[in-house]
Design a protein around this ligand. Sequence first.
Ligand code: SAM
Length: 279
Amino acid sequence: MSAIDTLPPLREVIATHQLSARKSLGQNFLLDLNLTAKIARQAGDLSDCDVLEIGPGPGGLTRGLLAEGARRVLAIEKDPRCLPALAEIAAAYPGRLKVINGDALEIDPLAYLTPPIRIAANLPYNVGTELLVRWLTPPDWPPFWQSLTLMFQREVAERIVARPGSKAYGRLAILAQWRAEARIVLSLPPEAFTPPPKVSSAVVHLTALPEPRFPANAAILSRVVAAAFNQRRKMLRAALKGLAPDIEDHLTAAGIAPTERAEQVSLEAFCALARQLER
Ligand code: SAM
């Protein structure tokens, strides 16, 4: 019998520890351990990895990650009410689960982790997007993590994996796809959660590429993409005119028609424009 079987069902855990879901903490729990195991499997081969989990709550995904063989899990949870439930999991997996009570936006987890490191989380969406952007924009590349397996609101997941020519294509797609491989690996209806949120969700798996897909200076690329998509309905020659007085020449040199709109421009072309502007 694996250790996961010795722990009580999650509904019982929630009742015992009185973990009524708090809206202010974005608490929509996953109570089906088959589902949390499935999400954990999407995180890849965990056996030689430390896994950073943000927002473990009552520990459904935590149990999945440990049962799937994670070497160690570091779980950061803001809600102190969840700590006794997580302590029970730590006792069932001696030496493999460390829990930190705090805000993931303020804690530097690196001191507690040994590479290779994977990240997995079912987080409130606003915190998830903010952390995703941080994880995708470290000072150096490759980053400290090998992969990210993250639950998002379906609409946000679509923005992460979007291709040019679609409404969802924008800064998040460029940021995610420039230096990572991003895929939607699982879709979940609201009923998968307790309590159910208003919208559907999806799990996105991102794998860090060893190098950017196309060369570009990160700061310049970020500035170009921000300006281009801030006025996404404008032609690029207008949207980007604040970046350089001769922007039309730069666009043409990068192989982009100045009359194009941001939504039509590939990642490769944005990188070419960033290189052109760096000259
Ligand atoms: N992972 C659990 C599951 O799948 O059932 C809980 C998911 S629930 C959507 C989000 C969890 O993140 C909650 O337990 C909440 O308390 C926690 N949380 C919210 N904001 C956080 C933050 N800034 N740092 C760490 N944890 C946070």
